[in-house]
Design a protein around this ligand. Structure first.
Ligand code: NAD
Ligand code: FES
Length: 279
């Protein structure tokens, strides 16, 4: 289904952008935790992107992407008014949201955008939401304003100390776990080392921890096996069994290895795109 781009905004110049797409069928069914798979052109690869926000009334969905390889560079070349060739979704299982008390939602880097939709879902269900966001520096922090609109508490860290706490999100999470015994769940979305560190941190506290995994995906409907992950010793497919799993059960080392499997091809694809683009 070809989908028009209603709005495009650069969040971090040259690296991260936000697009609002007109996709009423997807917006009507999209729940926190869901993702889409898009294809920019007929011969293009299919890439998964978590839905950062959705509005069933206006038919809009929001996506946020990091310009990392050829496909995201092609996406970045599109403008407001252009269309994306195929957008398939909503895919995956929605976040399990129940009114239970206090949930801490941790987002790292671009993962903050995906975490935003989950945090909003918890807020709308009546849970107290503590949002913890972190980035390398203040210019890379996303969705601070949007989270500030509903989060009961918003804690910020930067690796270089240019905004908020100097250090990682896990420092802030540890302080929160030490002082607040009402936390029933921690949700983490971001780089794999961050989700692994959050899960290791919460384990001794016995706090249920949900992570949103981002393995390589192809079909997104459980047929190809590309998104295979091991959870609790069992093989799961992130596109249909996830993308959210119990962080205490995920084999993060395997996920990291599988994510790097095509790094060389990705680098070559990006190089070829850059030289064709600049030449
Ligand atoms: P990054 O490497 O700059 O890290 C962002 C923050 O995460 C850091 O500032 C720090 O607070 C925390 N962090 C990183 N490593 C940590 C560690 N070892 N221990 C504790 N905290 C740590 O992030 P980035 O370069 O913006 O990358 C974002 C990542 O998020 C990408 O890898 C992307 O694939 C992933 N992502 C995942 C989803 C999803 O749905 N799972 C969605 C969007 C992005
Ligand atoms: Fe093919 Fe999940 S992407 S099985």
């Amino acid at each position: 289904m070809s989908v028009p781009i209603l709005k495009k905004e650069s969040l971090i110049p040259g690296t991260t952008s936000k697009m609002v797409l007109y996709a009423p069928e997807i917006a009507r069914h999209a729940k926190p935790g869901h993702f889409i798979i898009l294809r920019v052109n007929e011969h293009g690869e299919r890439i998964p992107l978590t839905i950062a926000d959705a509005n069933a009334e206006t038919g809009e969905i929001t996506i946020v992407y990091l310009v990392l390889g050829k496909t995201t560079a092609l996406l970045e070349a599109l403008k407001e008014g252009d269309s994306i060739l195929d957008v398939c979704g909503p895919l995956g299982k929605a976040t399990k949201i129940e009114k239970k008390g206090c949930v801490v939602c941790v987002g790292g880097g671009t993962g903050i955008a995906a975490m935003h939709h989950i945090a909003k879902g918890h807020h709308e269900a009546g849970n107290k939401v503590v949002a913890v966001i972190g980035a390398r520096n203040k210019d890379l922090l996303l969705f601070e304003k949007e989270l500030g609109l509903f989060a009961d508490e918003l804690l910020i860290s930067t690796d270089d100390g240019s905004r908020g706490h100097k250090g990682f999100v896990t420092d802030l999470l540890k302080e929160k776990l030490d002082t607040d015994k009402s936390i029933f769940e921690v949700v983490a979305v971001g780089p794999v080392p961050m989700m692994a560190a959050v899960s290791n941190l919460t384990r001794p506290y016995g706090v249920h921890t949900t992570v949103s995994l981002n393995p390589i995906m192809v079909d997104g409907i459980g047929m190809c096996g590309a998104c295979r992950v091991t959870v609790g010793g069992k093989t799961c497919f992130a596109c249909v069994d996830g993308p959210e799993f119990d962080g205490h059960e995920v084999d993060f080392a395997e996920l990291k290895l599988r994510l790097s499997a095509f790094r060389e091809q990705e680098r070559k694809g990006m190089e070829a795109y850059r030289s064709a683009h600049n030449g």
